[in-house]
Design a binder for this molecule. Sequence first.
Ligand SMILES: CSCC[C@H](NC=O)C(=O)O
Ligand SMILES: [Zn+2]
Ligand SMILES: [Zn+2]
Length: 424
Amino acid sequence: KNHHQSTDPPIDPIPITRFREYLRIITAHPTPDYTSAINYLLNLSSEIPSLQSEVLYFTPQKDKPLLLLTWAGSDPTLPSILLNSHLDSVPAEPHKWVHPPFSAHYAGDGKIFARGAQDDKCIGIQYLEAIKSLSQENQFRPLRNLHISFVPDEETGGFDGMAKFVESEEFKKLNVGFVLDEGQASPGDEYRVFYADRSPWHIVIKAVGIPGHGSRMYDNCAMENLMKSIEVINKFRDAEFDKVKAGLAMNSEVISANPVFLNAGTPSPTGFVMNMQPSEAEAGFDVRLPPTADPDSLRRRIAEEWAPAWRNMTFKITEKGPLRDYLGRPLLTHTNDSNPWWSVFKDAVIAASGKLAKPEILASTTDARFMRQLGIPTLGFSPMKNTPILLHDHNEFLKDSVFLEGIKVYKSIIRSLTSFAGSP
Ligand SMILES: CSCC[C@H](NC=O)C(=O)O
Ligand SMILES: [Zn+2]
Ligand SMILES: [Zn+2]
């Protein structure tokens, strides 16, 4: 099915076919089919004789498998390289897509439409295709061990996936020195690379107040108390957003605070009782902190301004991941000469004719934070250039040519990282 414009490079259909087959396995929440995905990947890896495979389980129900593949290096005593991707995807609303999200429709212009096409099934298959191609080059053999992990549950926070994996004996034995994990598409011609993630906090604020007849005007009802807080939080949001709009900071360099749910009212069979002012009301916020933010000052702000007890407010902050590594340092990977892995990575992208944008903080959050917490340098990178950012969106797609170019980039990266003889 190749109706390409004549300017496109010749298409090798096999990696595309595999990519589409992987995309058709429904690993979307809330019922990800991990078993089929693992079986599919095991089958692919069995075609690459140099790879050993192992399936690990970290939940008692054994319902969340993690696939670990290894290409043994000639000096297994050196710290290893880990390439990570997650098996799961966010859900999709099929009727809002132009093509069904789990059919991996291959459009005439080369676009492959599927949930997970960008986030992040592309990199999982690209890793394997790059390794397959490298292992067929007889003169190439890695110096360091190369590991590839396919982990469950990234989209729900990684707590039954990567978080448990990094705590395991199996992980410690890998002696991981450097990690590549997922990044994000780049609308321009330069690949994007991420040296940190923002850290997610889920904040629920709750107001209590005097209940009363819907017709009465009085002070200190729950709704009024909640709405005052929402205004305060929205002012903070605007101030942070203004820094972005003024060009002083990138989106991912400020604290975001976005309302995600409101919950109040007295339910009735037809909706809500309309003539009662409720005694309780709550709102939830997705808050993200860049690694340089001061968590104590935000905690104070929440207690004093966002949900002050004097306004009959309470709050709950759920911190969905670490802000500092075990030595108390912000969770970030250096992208300068102090980190030799950085130069090896950068030069390898350039060697594959790729251009790299200035390293960024990722606005959202990935499993990379668990490796960075251990002090392991970790970069977020998904080689998608000239591609609109469609992760978690309707009509997520990736172009075949971009996908195939990414395999070449990974070949260069894997060759360089696994051959690197220095001692960082
Ligand atoms: C609470 S951690 C959730 C991780 C998730 N990752 C991808 O979208 C995110 O919301 O960024
Ligand atoms: Zn992802
Ligand atoms: Zn995602």
